[in-house]
Design a binder for this molecule. Structure first.
Ligand SMILES: Nc1ncnc2c1ncn2[C@@H]1O[C@H](COP(=O)(O)OP(=O)(O)OP(=O)(O)O)[C@@H](O)[C@H]1O
Ligand SMILES: [Mg+2]
Length: 246
C-alpha cells in the first residue's frame, strides 16, 4: 500500500478512539441518570440526537476504512433482510437533515408505510412487498455505502423528485436512482467517476462535496463483481443503475 494512503487510513482509524469517548459520555448521561443526575425531556432529546449522529459518524469512519479494505479486495457477505438494508440507509441519510423523518422511517413496519413517508419527501420508491421481506446474502455495509452515495447525489441535484427502484432480477440486486435535476452532459459521463472530479467546482453546492462519492461507489462495485451505468443529458436529470450479483 502506498505510504500516503496508509497515513490517511491511519488518521481515519484513529478517529475511532475520540469518537468512542464521545459516544460513551453521551450514553452515560442518557442511561445512568442515577449517577449523573436527571435530565429534562428537552435535554434528553438533544443528547439522543447527538448520540445518533455520533453513531452515524462511527458508521462513516468504518465505511471509510471499509473502502480501503475493499480496494484490497476484502468482501464480507452476510444474510440480512432487504427491509433493514433500505430503511437503515434512508435513516442514515435523513438523520443528518430531518430527524423527524428519520424517526418515522425507523418505526415503519411495511414497504407501503415506507413508500408513504418517502413520497411526502419527494422520493418515490418502487419495490415489491415480497422483496421487502426477503433475506439476501450480500456485503451489506458496502451495499449501504453505494445506495447512500447515489441517493445523496440525487437529493443534492434534484429539482423536485427522486425515483428509487429496487428489484431483484437475473440473480442481481438492481438499484435505480433517478433525479430530475440539471443532468450530466455526455462528455462528463466518464469523468464524474474519477476521484475529486466535480462538474462545476465554482458552484456553491460543490463546497459540500469532495468529488469522491462516485469514485468510491465504483471501487466497491468492482470488488462485489457489480456494475453501474448512467443515463443522463443536459436538462434531463440523471439516472444511475446498479447491478450487484447475489
Ligand atoms: N445526480 C447527479 N446530477 C448531476 N450531477 C451529478 C449527479 N451525481 C453526480 N454528479 C456530478 O458528479 C460529480 C461527482 O460526484 P461525487 O458523488 O463523486 O462527488 P460529490 O457529490 O461532488 O462529493 P462527495 O460525494 O464526495 O461528497 C458531482 O460533483 C457532480 O458534478
Ligand atoms: Mg456525492
Amino acid at each position: 500500500m502506498e505510504k500516503n494512503r496508509i497515513k490517511f487510513e491511519f488518521l481515519v482509524h484513529d478517529l475511532k478512539v475520540p469518537l468512542a469517548v464521545i459516544e460513551a459520555g453521551l450514553v452515560s448521561l442518557l442511561h445512568k441518570m442515577d449517577k449523573y443526575g436527571p435530565l429534562t425531556e428537552k435535554q434528553a432529546k438533544v443528547l439522543e440526537r447527538a448520540l445518533r449522529n455520533t453513531l452515524i459518524t462511527r458508521t462513516l469512519v468504518n465505511d471509510a476504512l471499509e473502502l480501503g479494505r475493499s480496494s484490497e479486495g476484502i468482501v464480507t457477505k452476510t444474510s440480512f433482510p432487504l427491509s433493514s438494508y433500505v430503511a437503515q440507509t434512508l435513516v442514515e441519510i435523513f438523520d443528518l437533515t430531518d430527524h423527524k423523518t428519520a424517526d418515522r422511517i425507523r418505526e415503519c413496519t411495511s414497504c407501503a408505510d415506507l413508500k408513504k413517508i418517502l413520497s411526502q419527501k419527494g422520493i418515490f420508491l418502487e419495490m415489491e412487498e415480497g422483496l421487502w421481506r426477503r433475506e439476501l446474502v450480500l456485503d451489506v455495509s458496502k451495499a449501504r455505502q453505494i445506495l447512500r452515495n447515489l441517493l445523496n447525489n440525487a437529493l443534492k441535484y434534484r429539482k423536485r423528485r427522486v425515483d428509487l427502484r429496487i428489484h431483484e432480477r437475473d440473480g442481481c440486486l438492481q438499484l435505480y436512482v433517478r433525479d430530475d435535476g440539471e443532468g450530466i452532459p455526455a462528455n462528463f459521463h466518464q469523468k464524474i467517476f474519477e476521484c475529486y472530479f466535480q462538474m462545476d467546482m465554482q458552484a456553491d453546492h460543490c463546497v459540500r462535496g469532495h468529488g469522491l462519492g462516485l469514485a468510491g461507489v465504483q471501487v466497491l462495485l468492482e470488488d462485489m463483481g457489480g456494475e453501474m451505468s448512467l443515463e443522463s443529458d443536459v436538462g434531463k436529470g440523471a439516472a444511475f443503475s446498479v447491478r450487484i450479483p447475489l
